[in-house]
Design a protein around this ligand. Structure first.
Ligand SMILES: Cc1cc2nc3c(=O)[nH]c(=O)nc-3n(C[C@H](O)[C@H](O)[C@H](O)COP(=O)(O)OP(=O)(O)OC[C@H]3O[C@@H](n4cnc5c(N)ncnc54)[C@H](O)[C@@H]3O)c2cc1C
Length: 393
């Protein structure tokens, strides 16, 4: 079978790999000069080094992601601590603690006040059960309860995983993430990120792997209409999929993510990253040449100037980690439509892999994977689209 895959983000790459493995002839179209979509690396002239468009944190329970990396020979390009640990700093109070999960299925860590979130008691963690059992329409904040567990763990976790503020975010996708990671035990919740960069882990090895299997990769080639009768995987962002197929219902409200890359160094600490509370900065990744900071659900800061944001974030880092108060050069990257807003209304607009058109299937982090818009969701959507095509033929 000859298949056109449109879009070489992680969903398109994952679909192309799966179909190429089954021996099909694939043409992969990508509008941009490079593949990777919302997960890519590039050389930044201002900073004089290579950076990712945004920090991407994964968990060891992201099985589809690990299988994809295994398939393209990049399984060992992820790094992270040997133990499931999450260090936090509160920039307001100066408090520092580390969540130390225990490896096995039973959550022993909940019963140790050296391991659990300070200010919490074991029974507070029953909130996790509520999230695991969330129903459509449930929101995160009311299920998660209040108190220290919420402000110190569940709120930052929800904002990172859903890229949506917990008072409007749907609880079900967070429950799905928890079920595949924390609930399976600490070793399914090991934090992971790329050793060098997103392109080096997820994109370049996939392109090499596909080329070796004869896939025709056409970078810089935008597709503006679907060819009638051509078997196709549409692996585009939702707005681009809708342009090609106006009959689709797709998510249409988005949240931004702001990433700041400071040309400076700091100690990576025990885990190699930090969660920050009480300020604007949320996650800090000290890399070789830059300190990279993520702010998710960033629409709330859209009114601020970039220099104002970088100045405030550097002040927080300098206070939390004792860095030089003078701000270093910084690149601020706003991804305006980083993900769809993970609200119950938007979830109801997610289609499955099958489209109304025969021979055309859909992939993308916005399709109905049950997961939030993440790498794991994108890769899984590509597999689901490929499986739907293979089943139909
Ligand atoms: C800043 C940022 C931080 C993130 N952090 C995390 C994180 O920590 N953990 C995590 O798991 N996920 C994270 N994500 C989400 C993750 O990056 C996405 O879920 C994933 O990359 C989406 O992949 P995709 O293939 O579905 O879509 P895309 O990456 O958008 O791919 C679609 C591709 O289609 C191409 N295209 C568009 N129109 C056309 C056309 N007409 N013809 C041909 N090609 C076209 C685009 O150029 C693009 O390459 C983050 C995202 C951002 C932006």
């Amino acid at each position: 079978m000859s298949v056109h895959v449109i879009g070489a983000g992680l969903a398109g790459l994952s679909a192309a790999c799966r179909l190429a493995e089954s021996g099909h002839r694939i043409v992969l179209f990508e509008a941009a000069p490079q593949a990777g979509g919302r997960a890519r690396s590039y050389f930044d002239k201002q900073l004089g080094c290579r950076i990712d468009n945004g920090n991407h944190l994964l968990l060891s329970g992201n099985i589809s992601t690990l299988n994809y990396l295994q398939r393209i020979g990049a399984r060992h390009s992820l790094i992270g601590p040997a133990d499931p640990i999450f260090p936090f700093r509160d920039v307001k109070t100066g408090e520092a603690w580390t969540l130390r999960l225990t490896p096995g299925h039973f959550p022993w860590w909940v019963f140790s006040n050296h391991r659990r979130v300070p200010g919490t008691q074991p029974w507070h963690y029953l909130a996790l059960k509520k999230l695991l059992k969330a129903k459509p329409g449930d929101l995160v904040a009311p299920l998660a309860g209040g108190g220290a567990l919420y402000s110190k763990l569940l709120e930052p976790l929800a904002i990172a995983a859903l890229n949506t503020m917990p008072n409007i975010a749907a609880a079900q996708p967070l429950g799905a993430v928890l079920a595949e990671t924390l609930e399976r035990g600490g070793y399914a919740a090991l934090p992971r990120w790329t050793r060098i960069g997103l392109s080096e882990s997820f994109v370049d090895p996939a392109l090499d792997w596909l080329r070796q299997r004869g896939v025709d990769i056409r970078l810089g080639e935008r597709v503006s209409e679907l060819r009638p009768g051509q078997t196709t995987v549409v692996a585009l962002p939702p707005w681009a999929a809708k342009e090609l197929m106006p009959e689709l219902t797709v998510p249409d409200t988005f949240e931004s993510i702001c990433n700041l890359h400071f040309k400076a160094q700091m100690a990576a600490g025990e885990a190699g990253f930090y969660g920050l509370l009480g300020g604007m900065a949320e996650w800090v990744f000290p890399r070789e040449e830059v300190i990279s900071v993520t702010i998710s659900a960033a629409n709330r800061y859209a009114h601020m100037e970039q220099e104002q944001i970088s100045g405030r974030v550097w002040a927080e880092l300098s206070k939390a980690f004792g860095l030089n108060p003078e701000p270093p050069p910084c690149r601020v990257l706003w991804e305006k439509r980083a993900t769809f807003a993970c609200t119950p209304e938007q979830l109801a607009r997610r289609p499955g892999p099958r489209s109304p058109r025969p021979g055309v299937v859909l992939a993308g982090d916005w399709t109905d994977t049950g997961l939030p818009a993440t790498i794991e969701g994108a890769i899984r959507s590509g597999e689901a689209a490929a499986a739907a095509l293979l089943q139909a033929t």
